[in-house]
Write a protein that binds this ligand. Structure first.
Ligand code: PRT
Ligand code: MG
Length: 213
């Protein structure tokens, strides 16, 4: 019997995906927040979930280890999208990719031709494209977490990070000075899976699309 595997990350994406799964008649057998299982069955014998790090979702789908996945636009832009079909914006886990600086930092002056600033980020690809389009000279420093700390301890002048409520920036005396792009999560599909397992995958795509509207 043919079956499909869906790659998801724990946390906000899993939570916000549950109603979409329900619309497709899929109910996970375990909660990844409390279970240590990395492969989670569902009420359907032909559908299983694999729980992976958010940034790893596109890789699992690209190589066909998962047929489908759900990943943020931020993650997909850094990955590059090779081998992925991206049929649907699910409009979940919404936030925005921003430039933020310590309160009082003169970002306008730092944006002028000839100026040079240091920017810490996990989103090297998106940051590079943004500053290049503005003609800004920027030294990018790759971090893997808590970008907000970098300007507070002199590692960088500015950060490029995701913001949703703005609470983390406020708590650390930072302010948003530029929105780079709005972010939401998308359904991604392995291109070969879509051809070979269309009878299983298409109804899931249709149910998700119906639930998003
Ligand atoms: O947590 P882990 O290191 O394992 O990986 P991850 O951070 O990539 O995963 P996860 O589950 O935290 O995020 C998954 C996806 O959710 C991201 O790829 C985004 O597309 C999306 N998303 C939506 C967010 C946020 N909102 C968000 N607010 N991802 C991260 N944040 C962080 C942000 O980086 C900042 O540190 O939350 C903080 C800001 O939140 P506010 O509410 O204080 O503004
Ligand atoms: Mg996180």
């Amino acid at each position: 019997m043919s079956s499909i595997t869906l790659a998801l990350s724990k946390g906000r994406i899993f939570e916000e995906t549950l109603p979409l799964l329900a619309a497709a008649g899929i109910v996970p057998a375990d909660n990844p927040e409390t279970s240590r299982k990395l492969i989670i069955g569902t009420n359907r014998a032909d559908v299983r979930l694999v729980i992976v790090r958010a940034t790893d979702v596109p890789t699992y789908v690209q190589y066909g280890a998962a047929d489908l996945g759900i990943a943020g636009r931020d993650v997909l832009l850094e990955h590059g999208g090779a081998g992925l079909y991206q049929p649907l914006d699910l409009d979940i886990a919404r936030c925005r990719l921003c430039v933020a600086v310590p309160k009082g930092f003169d970002y306008a002056a730092a944006s002028k031709p000839g100026a040079r600033i240091r920017v810490a980020t996990k989103y090297i690809h998106s940051a590079k494209a943004h500053f290049a389009a503005k003609g800004m000279h920027v030294d990018l420093i790759k971090l893997y977490g808590s970008m907000e700390l970098a300007p507070l301890v002199g590692l960088a002048d500015a950060i490029v990070d995701l913001v949703s409520t703005g609470g983390t920036l406020r708590a650390n005396n930072l302010e948003e000075v530029e929105e780079i792009m709005p972010i939401s999560s998308r359904l991604v599909c392995n291109q070969a899976s879509l051809k070979l397992k269309r009878e299983l995958i298409q109804p899931v795509l249709d149910a998700f699309a119906g639930a998003v509207k």
